[in-house]
Design a protein around this ligand. Structure first.
Ligand SMILES: NC(=O)c1ccc[n+]([C@@H]2O[C@H](COP(=O)([O-])OP(=O)(O)OC[C@H]3O[C@@H](n4cnc5c(N)ncnc54)[C@H](O)[C@@H]3O)[C@@H](O)[C@H]2O)c1
Length: 341
C-alpha cells in the first residue's frame, strides 16, 4: 500500500483526493490545504485522513510515502523539492515549475533522492491521445506534417499565471509525446485584456527542425469551450474533439497526392477524400489512469511517461514562448543540445 498525501484540495486537487482515496494499491493518509473550509469538507468525507493546514507539515509526516501537489503553480517547485529531499515520491501538477532553473533542480533532486518525479500532464493518459500515438507509430496516418490545438473557454481566469502557463502545458506535452523534441524555435503572440501583464489569449507556434509544426491557441476569454487537437498526416488526418461525449476521434481518409502526369513530363497534385472512421477508444477517466500509472511507477521503480524530464522540456517551451510573447512575437530558438535529454 502506498500512502498518499495530497497538498491542495481546491477545484482540481479534490479530484486527486477522490481518485487516490479509491485506488487499489494506494491509501489516502493525509491532505493539506491552507483553507479551513476545504479541510472541513475533507475531514467529513474522509474521516481517517490527517488534515494539515500547510504543505510543509504534510511533507514531514512519517505516514506519507508519496506526495501529490495540486496547490497553485508558484508553489510547485518549492513543495516538490522539499518532498523529494524528505525522501517522498512526487506527482506534481503542471507546470512542473515556473522557470527552467527550478525545473532542472527538481529533475536533479529526484535523481539524487532516487524517488519518482512525475508531472500531471493529464492528456498523455487520455485514451484518445494514446490512440493517436499508436496510429502515428503504426504509420496509419503516414508522416506527421503538422498539429494544431485549440484550448479555449470562458474562464477559469487566473491571477498568478497567464493563459500560456495555465493551458499550454496540456498541448505542449501532447506535441512532445506525438512529435518528439527536435524543436527549432517557438513564437508566441497574445494579449492581456483583463489584468495588466496577464495574457488572456495566446497563439503559440512551435517549429521543428524538419519543418513540422505545432500551433496552439489558448484562451480563457472566448465565447465557446473547445478542446481540439487536429493531426495532419501525409496519408490521413485525425481530429480529437474532447467536447464530444462518445466519438472523440475521427480519422479522415483525406490527403493530397502527387500523380505522375500522363501527358508530358512532371506530376500534378490531386486531393483524395475517402471514408471517415470513428475508432473505439478507452473510456477510462484520464486522471484515474494517471494516478494508477504513478502508483505503478512508485511500486515498481519505473520511469513515468510524464517524468521530470518531460516536465522540464515543457517548461523550456513555456519559458521560450513567454520570451517571444514579451518581445511581440520574435522567434526564440530552443537549444537543440538540451531539449529532449
Ligand atoms: N491537470 C489538469 O487538468 C489541471 C486542471 C486544473 C488545474 N490544474 C492544476 O492544479 C493546480 C491547482 O489548481 P486549482 O484550480 O485546483 O486551484 P485552486 O486555487 O482551486 O486550489 C488550490 C488549493 O491549494 C491550496 N494551497 C495553496 N497553497 C498551499 C500550501 N502551501 N499548502 C497547502 N495548500 C495550499 C489553496 O488553499 C487551495 O485550496 C494548479 O497547478 C493547476 O495548474 C491541473
Amino acid at each position: 500500500m502506498i500512502r498518499i498525501g495530497v497538498i491542495g484540495a481546491g477545484s482540481w486537487g479534490k479530484n486527486h483526493v477522490r481518485t487516490f482515496a479509491s485506488l487499489e494499491g494506494a491509501e489516502l493518509t493525509a491532505v493539506a490545504d491552507e483553507r479551513k473550509e476545504v479541510r472541513a469538507v475533507i475531514a467529513r468525507q474522509y474521516p481517517g485522513t490527517h488534515c494539515f493546514d500547510d504543505g510543509a507539515a504534510l511533507i514531514a509526516a512519517p505516514h506519507v510515502d508519496a506526495v501529490v501537489i495540486a496547490a497553485p503553480s508558484p508553489v510547485h517547485a518549492p513543495l516538490a523539492r522539499a518532498a523529494l529531499e524528505a525522501g517522498k515520491h512526487v506527482l506534481v501538477e503542471k507546470p512542473l515549475a515556473l522557470n527552467v532553473r527550478d525545473a532542472e533542480q527538481l529533475v536533479e533532486a529526484s535523481r539524487r533522492a532516487g524517488r519518482v518525479l512525475m508531472v500531471g500532464h493529464l492528456m498523455l493518459y487520455h485514451g484518445a491521445v494514446q490512440h493517436l500515438k499508436k496510429m502515428l507509430d503504426d504509420g496509419q496516418l503516414g508522416d506527421l506534417l503538422y498539429v494544431y490545438c485549440e484550448r479555449v473557454n470562458l474562464g477559469v481566469i487566473r491571477r498568478d499565471e497567464n493563459a500560456l502557463w495555465s493551458l499550454g502545458p496540456h498541448d505542449l506535452s501532447v506535441a512532445l509525446f506525438l512529435m518528439g523534441a527536435e524543436f527549432s524555435d517557438v513564437t508566441a503572440r497574445g494579449a492581456a485584456y483583463l489584468q495588466p501583464n496577464v495574457h488572456d489569449v495566446v497563439f503559440a507556434n512551435v517549429r521543428y527542425r524538419d519543418g513540422r509544426m505545432a500551433n496552439i491557441h489558448m484562451s480563457w476569454l472566448d465565447p465557446h469551450k473547445s478542446r481540439r487537437i487536429v493531426v495532419v498526416g501525409s496519408r490521413k488526418m485525425a481530429v480529437f474533439d474532447d467536447m464530444q461525449a462518445q466519438e472523440k476521434i475521427r480519422i479522415f481518409d483525406k490527403g493530397a497526392e502527387r500523380i505522375p502526369a500522363t501527358v508530358g513530363f512532371g506530376e500534378y497534385l490531386t486531393v483524395r477524400s475517402g471514408d471517415i472512421l470513428i475508432p473505439k477508444i478507452s473510456q477510462s477517466e484520464p486522471l484515474r489512469t494517471e494516478a494508477e500509472h504513478f502508483i505503478a511507477c512508485v511500486r515498481d521503480g519505473v520511469r513515468p511517461q510524464s517524468d521530470g524530464r518531460q516536465g522540464l522540456d515543457v517548461v523550456r517551451l513555456l519559458e521560450a514562448a513567454q520570451r517571444s510573447l514579451e518581445s511581440g512575437g520574435r522567434p526564440v530558438s530552443l537549444d537543440a543540445a538540451k531539449v529532449g535529454r
